[in-house]
Design a protein around this ligand. Structure first.
Ligand code: PLP
Ligand code: COI
Length: 341
């Protein structure tokens, strides 16, 4: 028992959002209609060169976190929703669906096996879980794989943006991230490869990240490269984009429910770019980004500013604190969102 409680000698308060080889990961192969799973200490994957994942981007993934709660339990935040989204991505890419027992077993075994790397309570850190799903085979033409590899690895992480809960400034990208009837609503690697240049250009111009407009008309706000967008209007309504090309963020689904229960009016609707001028507060939300306040959004000569640019606005702060309370097991109302491991 004491061995199980031992923790890796890490500087828990200063973790960044980066890869760490924690020792073990889960691999489940789908071959000839059968799933076969095992843990492995090998952090490399050997695949046939013709694999659809490597040549045609037939791959999708998930991101979620394990936390140590205030009462010293280790929990996953809403893994059932990640399971459903992984299979929505898989269906869109014509991949075999992953059975729920394989998905959950992968997460649970990786958390238990890497218990030493689950950050203890109180450091603002968590164990980031990365389920990854690949189409595999000796292939040349454009068609779906018949074999698949589902894997789960993990890394202890701190904040995605180095300053944590500090406002960042965004630049409206001149690139499009995803088309309305494309793959923007699912979590596939190609969406991210296409967005890297936008992020880099935003950073080179001195901004924290890129924000994308809808590709069809470029007149509505879609989302940020790594998270969904939300804002508060001057009458205190929480607004967030409805768009066919944004990822269905589990953090956002959760925040909308929490906000309603806190008495906020909530609107999910297209957000015209001109409305950016009127918002009082704005933020990004996602697993890695948690809630990151937005200080400003820049589009050429236009610069929209929120709050004092240094601190999060009061409503954003209220939501952030409530979300953390839920994830750290301090909240009764949404305690059922935590999956103990
Ligand atoms: N949008 C994009 C493009 C993302 O990469 C993410 C991160 O997963 C999100 C939104 C937020 O989704 P979630 O809250 O499920 O992590
Ligand atoms: C997440 O928030 O889980 C993501 O997948 C974003 C990724 C770019 C780190």
């Amino acid at each position: 028992m004491t061995k199980y409680r031992e923790k890796a000698p890490l500087d828990w308060s200063n973790l960044s959002f980066s890869y760490m080889d924690t020792g073990t990961r889960y691999r489940a192969w789908y071959r000839s209609g059968q799933w076969q799973a095992a843990m492995t200490s090998d952090n490399t994957i050997t695949l046939p060169e013709g694999s659809q994942a490597l040549n045609y981007g037939q791959q999708c993934f998930e991101g979620l976190k394990a936390y140590t709660t205030v009462d010293d339990r280790v929990v996953l935040f809403r893994p059932d929703l990640n399971y459903q989204r992984l299979n929505r991505s898989a269906r869109r890419l014509m991949m075999q669906e992953v059975p729920e027992r394989v998905f959950m077993e992968g997460l649970e075994r990786v958390v238990r096996d890497n218990f030493a790397y689950v950050p203890p309570y109180g450091y603002g850190a968590s164990l980031y879980m990365r389920p990854l799903y690949l189409g595999v085979g000796d292939n040349l033409g454009l068609k779906s794989a018949e074999d698949f590899l589902f894997t789960v690895y993990c890394s202890p992480v701190g904040p995605y943006y180095k300053d944590g809960f500090k406002p960042i400034s965004l630049m409206v990208s001149s690139y499009d991230r995803a088309a309305p009837r494309g793959t923007g609503h699912v979590k596939v690697g190609g969406n991210y490869a296409g967005g890297m240049l936008a992020s880099q250009e935003a950073r080179e111009a001195g901004f924290g990240e890129a924000i994308f407009l809808d590709a069809a008309t470029r007149s509505y706000v879609d989302e940020v490269g790594t998270s969904n967008f939300f804002a508060f209007t001057s009458d205190g309504t929480l607004v967030t984009p409805r768009s066919p090309s944004i990822l269905e963020s589990i953090t956002r689904i959760s925040l909308l429910e929490v906000a309603r229960s806190m008495g906020f009016k909530v609107e999910e609707r297209p957000i015209a770019i001109e409305e950016l001028a009127d918002f009082e507060e704005a933020g990004c939300c996602g697993t890695a980004a948690v809630i990151t306040p937005i200080a400003s959004i820049n589009q050429g000569p236009l610069n929209y500013q929120y709050g004092d640019g240094v601190n999060a606005g009061p409503r954003t702060l209220q939501l952030y604190e409530r979300l953390l309370d839920i994830q750290l097991g301090k909240d009764q109302e949404f305690a059922h969102w935590l999956h103990p491991v």
